[in-house]
Design a protein. Structure first.
Length: 339
């Protein structure tokens, strides 16, 4: 095992490192925000409190897939101008579950037969400075999903060791950051000890996709649908939900001009599956609920080899109907085993 990628950073030097980042890059970091934290652009000199929250209320995916974005503008003839993002950025303090969520998004946006160029540009231009958790949130169940630790997907990974952070460089870009800050980082020999976290929630994932496929017509989903209010908060806050709509926004005053806008869209909303002729092919709420649960616990795993649920617990926290993916997965397994 290589050990020249391990370093130590004194806690008292953390802010100096962050100041170095904010001088050069747009830096997003979790900032206390009401009952939780959210990723915000840091101002120069802004202090970061690293352990105020576990994960944030909203995931960091909007850094890569904004809620709405103009992809291109067009004019008379062949005049088309593409808008390509070119900000160099860093996400500081991203948790392991959310790094795994980015790896899921990579499979979708970069991994199949085509590459989404805006997403790729932002991924290439954004440093990932991750932090291992010291405690689990009320609704976290990352351990069950195999996403509580990181082997890849980060440039630097910080682990709290009391009075200092153990720092692992996971890429050449991470090594470069360390070498730009030689006075702050001292070489370390060992891998970090990750604290053992206590979880209140878990999912038994053994054979879960197979069981769920056999339970596709189970009454469990109708019961969830009766409680669901179709608010879409679960899909809105899920770090691996990536669906979007393309809107052609023509200039009413000059129909030769206009723009193409990408807007994120959510399968829990009836409008999501509306097609030409005003036909909505997932009108019954049960169908929409099933789409969400099967995407997270079945389809992603079967297609990409990775569950599209990373156990962040946000859909549980945000659901006004107290629908809990861990409870529903347990119910469906119980009903299956009692058949
Ligand atoms: S399904 Fe829920 S717990 Fe799983 S990744 Fe999405 S928001 Fe997090
Ligand atoms: S957050 Fe809850 S109520 Fe809202 S759409 Fe999702 S499951 Fe339904």
């Amino acid at each position: 095992m290589r050990n020249d990628r391990f370093y130590s950073l004194k806690k008292s030097d953390l802010q100096k490192f962050i100041d170095h980042l904010t001088k050069r890059l747009t830096v997003f970091a979790p900032v206390p925000d009401g009952r939780s934290c959210n990723y915000r652009k840091l101002a120069q000199g802004q202090r970061v409190i690293i352990d105020h929250c576990t994960n944030t209320e909203f995931p960091p995916k909007s850094v890569f897939l904004p809620e709405g974005e103009v992809l291109l503008e067009y004019g008379k003839g062949d005049r088309v101008s593409e808008r390509t993002p070119d900000d160099r950025a860093a996400i500081f303090g991203i948790r392991p579950c959310d790094v795994h969520a980015l790896l899921v998004l990579d499979k979708v946006m970069l991994g199949h037969d085509r590459v989404e160029p805006h997403y790729k540009k932002r991924r290439d231009n954004t440093l990932i400075i991750a932090v291992n958790c010291t405690r689990a949130g009320e609704n976290c169940f990352c351990e069950s999903m195999g996403t509580s630790g990181l082997e890849e997907g980060f440039d630097l990974l910080l682990t709290d060791q009391g009075n200092h952070f153990h720092v692992e460089a996971g890429s050449g870009k991470g090594e470069k950051l360390v070498s730009e800050n030689r006075k702050l980082f001292t070489p370390a020999r060992k891998e970090a000890k990750r604290p053992k976290l206590e979880y209140k929630k878990r999912i038994d994932t053994k054979n879960l996709p197979g069981i769920m496929m056999k339970m596709f017509n189970s009454g469990v989903w109708e019961d969830v649908a009766k409680r669901c209010g179709s608010c879409a908060s679960c899909t809105f806050t899920c770090p691996t939900c990536y669906c979007f709509n393309l809107v052609h926004d023509a200039d009413i005053g000059d129909l030769d001009k206009g723009k193409v806008v990408r807007e994120m869209d959510y399968c829990m909303l009836p409008r999501f599956s509306r097609v030409a002729g005003n036909f909505v092919f997932r009108e019954p709420r049960t169908e929409r609920v099933k789409q969400f649960f099967y995407h997270k616990l079945v389809y992603g795993k079967r297609r990409d080899g990775k569950f599209h649920c990373v156990g962040c617990g946000r859909c549980i926290t945000e659901c006004m109907a107290h629908i809990d993916i861990t409870e529903e997965a347990k119910k469906v397994r119980d009903v299956y085993e009692k058949r």
